[in-house]
Design a protein around this ligand. Sequence first.
Ligand code: UDP
Length: 489
Amino acid sequence: MLPQQARAPARTTRRNHRHMGRDTLKIPGPLGQRTRGRWRLALRRTLLPAARFAADVLPRLVDMGIAATLLLLTAPLVIGRGVASVAQTGQLFDFDALIGRYRVPIHRLRFAGHGPLRGLAVWFSVLKGDLAIVGPRPLPAAEAAMVPVSDAVRFTVRPGLVSPFGVKRQVGIAHVGESRLDRDFVYGQSLQGDLGLAARSLVTGVLGGGAARETPAVLNFFGIPILNTSMAEAVDWLMAASGPDGGARHGPQQLCFVNPDCLNIAWGDAGYRGALLAAERVLPDGIGIHIGCRMQGVALKENVNGTDLFPLLCAAAAEQGRSLFLLGARPGIAAAAAASMQQRYPRLRIAGTRDGYFDAAAEPAVIEQVNASGADILLVAFGAPRQDVWLHRHRAELLPAVRMGVGGLFDFYSGRIARAPVWLRELGLEWAFRLLQEPGRMWRRYVIGNPLFLYRVWRQAQAPQRFALPGPRQDGNAAAQGFEVASDT
Ligand code: UDP
């Protein structure tokens, strides 16, 4: 009995094993496909690691290729500069001590001594592998030590001559901050993306580079004071002004964004000009202001436009419990924009929405609806100048502590109109994208408006005394009184 009992399980096990073998072949999925796709699998097993290896090595090879080619093409200059450095100082290179990939100390080389072309030596750092052409900004040791653990991923790639933050900062659109841009870069890096960024840096270098310029607190465009501020500061101010005691303490606050088109309109439209002068804050929107600042010999801190500010405002409002009223755009668009932002920031309070197509007779009802909503911040999207003039005219009737004109913003966030891709914005060409989207409506604004704006800025630079800013502001409206409207003649 016992030996039979003892053998029985062994027979069962063998039988089970055979069954299991057969069953395994029937299991759907990769196990079941093994015998059929053997060659494909073998190929994939060898090709995939090779492709991954190539993806790792290729950018490095490209960097080395570009560095070697540039050094070869400029060989006479490089050699001449090297000889001059040795003659001047007895040594070839100077260097900046920085922190590189995996936090290893690296040297960013430059030719020793004084005079031009010292920067050419940086290509030796690329050749050596201390620097990549594109990567996060190389940090000195003290700054690197302060990078929080959550941002340490930036040290998994080589620092670059060109950084995503640097490119965006040149044109004033590095709104989300360096650590977020570095993280996005590391996780989304591709050879194609790197080459695109390097190419764009050539253009942004021209737009934002050159000698260091003064960054005044207030910019002057045709006598209109524009606050030279950052996106983060603007959001902080919005939160403070719309807070429980903000409105009571400071009274209503009107905020306007101006681009070259707005300033062209304000040049000849006294009503709009008065609204801008009366507003508590006018903020700079767009690459045109950036170029205009350069023409005046000053630097724009950041491009603080409503479209980029909106998500930051929603995030802060959701966190701090401020409510928004979205007024303007075609029927359904403000509500769609509100819904999309509420999906992104679930705690965001939308006090109400309403379209911007109503006649003068409906204005009291619109104002009543806004006031009854209890909103802290009112966003009005009728387009400039109507929205800003409307807010100015109804200043005393409206209750929200903060009111701002935001142009076509709801069209973008509802998805009705696509916004220009980031690479076009980095090149300062968002306006060209809008021109292509709506040529019939936009050609006058951009094709005629842009050169006209630059011409007027040039005129102001020639005769700044004609465009003096109004005196210190007691309250909004006082600043507008007695202001002369400039004329082209
Ligand atoms: N709009 C409106 N009521 C009007 C006319 C226009 O609400 O009577 C809206 C229009 O639907 C659009 C916005 O105002 O959403 C204007 O957009 P535009 O692109 O002209 O503004 P920008 O940002 O260029 O100032």
